[in-house]
Design a protein around this ligand. Sequence first.
Ligand code: PGA
Length: 254
Amino acid sequence: MARRPLIAGNWKMNGLRGDGLALASALVQRMKAETGPAFDMVVCPPFTLVAGVGAAVAGSGIALGGQDCHGAEKGAHTGDIGAAMLADLGCAFVIVGHSERRTDHAETDAQVKVKAEAALAAGLTPIVCIGETASQRDAGDTMEVVKGQLAGSLPEGASAANTVIAYEPVWAIGTGRTPTTGEVQEVHALIRGELAARLGGGEGGAGGLRILYGGSVKPANAGELMALPDIDGGLIGGASLNADDFWAIAECCQ
Ligand code: PGA
């Protein structure tokens, strides 16, 4: 069975209430007009907008996600948000290990793994992000880096049903630069192979687990990226802030 593409919008630290609600309702309108979309869609607003956007997308078929969660269930962690809190607001997904978290908050693979496990424990699907920096790619270390991050960040208990991987080359995020389709497919095939070694290659393991590509995806390049055999959707930053662009990207998944 084919893997159903997932288009995820990572709004990052963008949007006051008015912006977020307008964007959410524009997406809901498009989803309502769609008969049998060929993709799943999730929007991941900043924490301040999770509840409001959740109310706006409820019942529309558009899922809700957080951008991060703490590794602990609850407790003395000022400023942090737990996975159960996101689930409580209707989230089904949470992004963990985004390179901006790894850089801005010095998150390690081990911490990302704990966060992903906390997400699973709360019934959320973690979208586990991995990807090399420009200097790692230039040094020819991409495959080793991606392999290491995957091995270190994949939660125990991961399966096709409960976990999503996002490959995001750091140098492609927000830069307008993307790897060639050959380079993207090569890394995705490596990830799928590593997942097969860990989880088995069947539908419940690597065969069914969705691997998203992220990094400067836009309507103009989404078609060729989404057509690659091991790409099962996208994690979209900048372009997810524009309903027309985000929708156009999703429609490339046919
Ligand atoms: P971008 O961001 O689409 O703006 O490059 C992607 C991401 O960081 O998830």
